[in-house]
Design a protein around this ligand. Sequence first.
Ligand code: XMP
Length: 326
Amino acid sequence: MAEVRPDTMERITTPELAKKYINEQVEALRAQIGDKKVLLALSGGVDSSVVAALLIKAVGQQLVCVHVNHGLLRKGEPEQVIKVFRDEMKANLIYVDATDRFLDKLAGVTDPEQKRKIIGGEFIEVFAEEARKLDGIEFLAQGTIWPDILESEAGIKAHHNAGGLPEDMQFELVEPVRILFKDEVRVVGKELGLPDNMVYRQPFPGPGLGVRCPGAITRDRLEAVRESDAILREEFAKNGLEGKVWQYFTVVPDFKSTGVKDGKRTFDWPCIIRAINTTDVMEVTVEHLPAELIDHLVQRIITEVPGINRVLYDFTPKPPATVEYE
Ligand code: XMP
């Protein structure tokens, strides 16, 4: 099939254009897939969620979604994937809670690159194991988008078939959003009825909270990251900052400091807040939050999150600091 370049295509900016795109894609997907089965790794991110919704519309139960919970997702994420796709859209969804498997493999591993490799490698393994249990799958759906193709062509980043599935697993690819830019994927997702917090969600790295729990990940510190992140997201939403600030999250580093609570000494972790704005992620500026909001966040985090006795704010732009800590 000849590649349609976005520069020859009207940019999808309205519900009407999204509707037209959806109808065309549904037809094309039905023609490509016929009565065969399609597999999709559904992370809950914008791209894979939109691909899932398109395929559910096109081929319904012929789509098998696999949602792997690596234990490093944000609070409420796996629950939302199950609610939206299994309960509401009636998708054929396999949910794998692989938390113990990932955390056992990561135990004691301090090197950031090694942590990333373990998470990526284990993800492929869990996904491949689930795929092997299924019969008659001929297609693999992917949330590849146009910038992935451009970066791949420019040699910036290799575009893998599902991030490197084993050699024996060869599927024909189904990529229904590959000619779209991110903003177009969002318009299409909205038109498909996906919830706003899925369609407009901030970027979230593949290795998840693992890169926000620097050093060797422990369950208690990971929980402190998850709970503080949930408080931050809740407060940003309440204060009208959701969708305005490009990315915001918390980090709980692996060191402790002295504090005092109820007249007794404490020795606990700090929680670092990071909130940034950017257009291309190569250069990043820091969002300056109102002082009252910072005070409120500090109060909530130190009282509600076990193991935290200090809250810090990261004022460093990129460069020199990257967005994530690992
Ligand atoms: P850095 O830390 O490199 O992050 O300044 C730039 C942007 O990329 C996101 N990020 C990732 N996204 N997989 C992803 O899908 C990853 O491994 C990954 N690492 C970083 C980061 O959240 C930021 O938006």
